[in-house]
Ligand binder design. Sequence first.
Ligand code: HEC
Ligand code: HEC
Ligand code: HEC
Length: 442
Amino acid sequence: MNRLLAISGGSTLIYTGLAVLMGVLPGIWLSNVPPTPGLKPLTPLEARGRDVYVSEGCFYCHTQQVRPLPGDKPFGRPSAPGDYAYQTTELLGSERNGPDLSNIGARQSSSIWQFIHLYQPRAVVPQSIMPAFPWLFSVVDKVPPAEKAVSLPPEFAPGGTVIPNEDGKALVAYLLSLKQPALAPTQPGAVPLSRSSGPLAFDASKGAALFANNCASCHGPEGKGVPGTFPPLAGDPVVNAANPTAHIGAVLHGLSGHVINGHKYEAPMPAFADQLSDQEIADIIDHERSSWGNRGALISAADVVAARANEPLQKQQTPSKQVSPIAAPAPTFDPAEGSKLFAENCAACHGAEGKGVPGTFPPLAGDQVVNATDPAEHITTMLRGLGGKVINGQKYEVEMPPFADRLSDQQIADIINHERTSWGNHGPLVTLADITKLRAKK
Ligand code: HEC
Ligand code: HEC
Ligand code: HEC
C-alpha cells in the first residue's frame, strides 16, 4: 500500500512539476514579454482585416512564424516572442502551403498587387494554387468617387470594373500591417546585417534566387511583368543602360509615377535599401542585366555602396531621366489603331499575340529587330518585305510581303509601335518622320 502511494504520488508530482515547468511558467514568462520596439497595435480597420483573415481560413495555408532555418530566410528574420505582443490567439498556423506572412507587409507592400492577387492569384503568379477570393470585391459599371479600380490584366477582368469591398480593403490593410520591426542586436533572433562592400564576383544562382523572392511577384519570373500594371524588365532601357545609376537607384529607393516606354504605372515600385544588403542588390541587378535577352553592363557591390552614399542626390533626380532614351517627349501613337491594323495585316501569320507559328512564321514577341533601339531594320522590313533571313537560328521558307504600297506612313508607324509595346516588347517608339525618311531612301 505504501509503495503504491509512493509510486502514484511521486509520478503525479513529477507530472505536475513538468507541466508547470514546460507549460505554465513559459506561458507566464512570455505573457510579460514587452512588444518588439516599433511594433504597432492594429488599427480598427486592420483588426477587421484580421477577422476576415481568420474567417476566410488564410491560416490553413499560411503561417506567421519564421523559424531560424536557412529555408525560412526569404520570409524575414526569425520571429521573436515580442512580435506577438498585441495578438490574442496568435495566428501561428500549422501548415505552410503558401509563404509565411509574418513580414508580408514589408515583402510585398503594394496594395495594388495584393488586390489583384486576392481577386485572382493566377493573374500575377501564373502557377499559383492559392484559391481566388472574388467575394472580397464587387463588380461595378462605374468606379464611385473615392474608390479605386483594381487594375486587372485584361484576360482576368470580368465584364465590369472590379473594386474591393469593405472586407477586401480591411484584409489588405491587415496584410500590409504585417511587418517585422528590426530587432536590437542583443534580442534573441536578431541576425546581423551583412553589408559586404568588396567588388565580389556575381553569383548567378544567388541573383536568380533573390530575384525570385523579391521581385518576381510583380515583374514575373521571366521578367515579363504584368502588362499595364507592373513593367517588364526584359528589354527595359534602364536595365540595359551602360550607366547603372538609375537601375541601382530604382532598387534602393523604389520608383513611382515614372513613365516607362510611354506607359505610366499606377503602382509604385517598393524600395529595397533596408531589406537587402549591397551584395544582394548587386546580385539581383546583375541577374536582371544578364537574363531574358538583357545585355546591361554588370555592376559590383561597390557600385551599390557608392549609390547608397549618394542617397540625397539620387532622390532629387528622377533616376532614369539621364539614361533612358525614351523618357523624352513620347512620339504620338494610337494604340487602338495600331492593334487594329496589326490584326488586319499581320496577325494571320505572326499570330494575334505575336507568337508566330513555330518554324513557319517568326514570333515578334521578344524579336531582336522589334526591340532594337535603331528602328531602321524594323521599318525597312515592313516597307520592303523580307526573305531568306535566318532569325534566331531558324530559316523561314515563306517570305514576308512588303507593305509600302498597302499602308500609309502613319499606319506603318502605328503598327510598328504596337509591336514595340506589346507582348513584353520594349523597343523605343518610332515617329511618322522615321518612316517617311526610310521610304524616300531607295
Ligand atoms: C489552399 C491554400 C491557400 C489559402 C487558403 C490561401 N493561400 Fe495565400 N498562398 C497560397 C500559395 C500556394 C501561395 C504562393 C503562390 C502565390 O503567390 O499565389 C500563396 C501566396 C500568398 C501571398 C503572397 C505571399 C508572398 O510571399 O508573395 C499572400 C499575401 C497570400 N497568399 C495571402 C492569402 C490570404 C490573405 C488568404 C486568405 C484570404 C490566403 N492567402 C489563402 C496558398 C493559399
Ligand atoms: C510591388 C510590385 C514590385 C516589386 C515587388 C518590384 N517591383 Fe520593380 N517596379 C514596379 C513598378 C510598378 C515599377 C514602375 C514604377 C514607375 O513606373 O514609376 C517598377 C520599376 C522597376 C524598374 C525600373 C524600370 C525602368 O525602366 O525605369 C526596375 C529596374 C525594377 N523595377 C526592378 C525591380 C527589382 C530588381 C525588384 C526586386 C528587388 C523589383 N523591381 C521589385 C513594381 C515592383
Ligand atoms: C504571309 C505571312 C506574313 C505576313 C502577312 C506578315 N509577315 Fe512578317 N514575316 C513573315 C515571315 C515568313 C518572316 C521571316 C522572313 C525571313 O526571315 O525570311 C517575317 C518577318 C517579319 C519581321 C522581321 C523579324 C526579324 O527578326 O527580322 C517583322 C518585324 C515582321 N515580319 C513584321 C510584320 C508586320 C508588322 C506585318 C503586318 C504589317 C507582317 N509582318 C506581316 C511572314 C509574314
